[in-house]
Design a binder for this molecule. Structure first.
Ligand code: FAD
Length: 487
């Protein structure tokens, strides 16, 4: 009759699977979050994600209190610990004398290992760990090929996903109905969220960036997106335009329910709305990469297609120098540099640009995709192992349903096509702002008169290209030629 809900990447009250099941099956339910020192200790002290989680926990705490109050339970709220989760959860379970702990699936390899340890420690004390699907519409082996194997190509996966979907899978969990079971927080362990400083972190520019946090922020963003979802398919590829939803960080931390989003998008899709159909397709990509991670955990460290591990990437000091220039946005290719400025300054990067800079790192600079993957993992607020690994392996042509290796993005034509007026470039590279549209995508090719008029001098005001794209292209084709198809 006593249960504990362990929040992880599901920081909301509404339509939350584990919370629902706990409230529905226990008489008294406590809610907890652990700032896991096993994860946090390895991070830099200034990390937008930690601040995002922190702000979202304040929101979650408020939502739990409001829910408890509405059902006559005062004071409920979130219990927060800063410790190793492997120890903190069994300890809390013991202190609160619960018979069961409830949480939602997290299929990242490290999380699975942690959960196995927690499960073992709890079992030792006679406490059950119940876990549920919450983070995806379909997970693990729910969508399989007709012969019962996992899909590794997206389009047939998407078709099977759409064939299987029905209202049952998209229904929300009516958490509110059972909220009377929320337990008052025990006085000896005061609830409340410690400050960022108390867990050893500094504030970042998250507030200045006006990044919406918590369920409240997520709901606002989603409402805003619904006003323009009908144009999504036309607008989503242009980084200077407010085209995508910007919900990725909320999906990452579960401040919004994927079922709710997919339900709305699916209804619009059935009504023939093109923008919503395309967006639903992106949510399906998300499920797709999660099930790839589940079935092929080897792809975390090596190429999904093992024959691509034969590729020899650039290495040594020169490679380090090129990589540093890429990280710092000093490649001399304006769209690439503006995109890197975006991730460095904001922790977000537009999807088209993620593809462009990833392709540039791997196929123009010849650098191992894992270096770029790691850099994104450090910088992205929405960093998600499955999507990030999938995206990088797609761009490097080493992945499951990847871009063929001989398709190499041209960073200049991508710029002309997707930022034709250079608006995005000008936003992030003010040193190029005065150049006319004809010159901004490749200043080294500009007419001297255009440069003079803008009082622009290459090398003085902006880096010359660190590689020649045409030559790099040839090197890449030669590099990938070592890939042998398995016998
Ligand atoms: P929208 O266009 O509004 O899409 C809606 C949602 O669908 C996103 O929030 C996201 O959850 C999901 N989605 C969209 N595209 C993809 C995709 N290709 N794969 C999986 N899910 C997708 N996405 C992450 O969430 N975390 C990452 O760490 C990440 N790393 C990436 C790395 C590379 C190299 C590439 C090419 C893509 C990566 N993506 C990642 C996918 C995609 O770029 C982002 O999800 C998207 O830009 C987030 O912006 P949005 O929420 O406005 O997207």
């Amino acid at each position: 009759d006593r249960g504990l809900v362990w929040f992880r990447r599901d920081l909301r009250v509404s339509d939350q699977a584990a919370l629902y099941h706990a409230l529905n099956s226990c008489k008294q339910v406590w809610c907890a979050f652990v700032f896991d020192s096993d994860i946090l200790d390895a991070l830099p002290r200034c990390d937008r994600r930690v601040e995002f989680i922190h702000a979202s926990l304040l929101d979650l705490d408020g939502e739990l209190r409001a829910l408890g109050q509405a059902h006559g339970q005062v004071p409920t709220g979130l219990i927060v610990r800063h410790a190793s989760a492997q120890k903190a959860i069994p300890k809390l379970a013991e202190e609160l004398r619960v018979q069961a702990v409830f949480c939602n699936h997290d299929d990242e390899p490290q999380a699975l290992a942690r959960d196995a340890q927690v499960r073992g420690a709890l079992a030792h004390a006679g406490v059950m760990l119940h876990d549920f699907k919450d983070h995806t519409v379909f997970e693990r082996s729910e969508v399989l090929t007709q012969s019962g194997t996992a899909f590794s190509v997206f389009t047939p996966y998407k078709n099977a996903w759409l064939k299987k979907i029905e209202p049952f899978f998209l229904h929300g969990y009516p958490v509110e109905k059972y909220a009377a079971a929320l337990a008052p927080c025990p006085a000896s362990h005061p609830p409340g969220v410690p400050t960022l400083a108390e867990i050893g972190f500094e504030t970042t520019n998250l507030r200045a960036l006006k990044i919406a946090t918590g369920s409240h922020g997520a709901r606002g963003l989603f409402e805003d997106f619904l006003d323009r979802i009908d144009r999504y398919h036309q607008a989503r590829d242009f980084p200077a335009v407010k085209g995508p939803s910007y919900l990725s960080v909320h999906l990452r931390f579960g401040t919004l329910s994927i079922r709710q989003l997919a339900r709305v998008a699916y209804q619009m899709h059935l009504a023939g709305q093109q923008g919503a159909s395309t967006w639903l397709g992106e949510l399906i990509w998300r499920d797709f990469y999660m099930q790839i991670l589940h079935h092929h955990p080897h792809a975390v460290a090596s190429a999904f297609k093992p024959e691509y591990d034969a590729i020899k990437w650039e290495h040594g000091k020169h490679a380090q120098t090129l990589f540093k220039a890429w990280c710092e946005g000093r490649t001399g290719y304006p769209l690439v540099d503006a995109a890197m400025a975006q991730i460095n300054q904001t922790g977000y990067m537009h999807n088209r640009l993620r593809m462009v800079v990833a392709s540039f790192l791997v196929k123009d600079l010849g650098i191992d995709w894992r270096w770029g993957e790691r850099y994104f993992a450090e910088k992205l607020i929405d960093f998600d192992l499955a999507a990030n690994n999938g995206g990088w392996q797609w761009a490097a042509s080493t992945g499951c349903d990847a871009q063929p290796y001989f398709r190499i993005f041209n960073p200049v034509s991508q710029s002309q096509k997707f930022d034709p007026e250079g608006k995005f470039i000008r936003r992030y590279l003010p040193q190029l702002a005065k150049l006319p549209n004809a010159a901004i995508h490749a200043p080294w090719l500009a007419k001297p008169i255009d440069l003079q008029t803008a009082d622009f001098v290459l090398e003085r005001d902006y880096q010359a290209p660190i590689v020649d794209h045409a030559e790099a292209r040839e090197r890449t084709l030669a590099r990938y030629a070592v890939v042998k198809k398995p016998a």
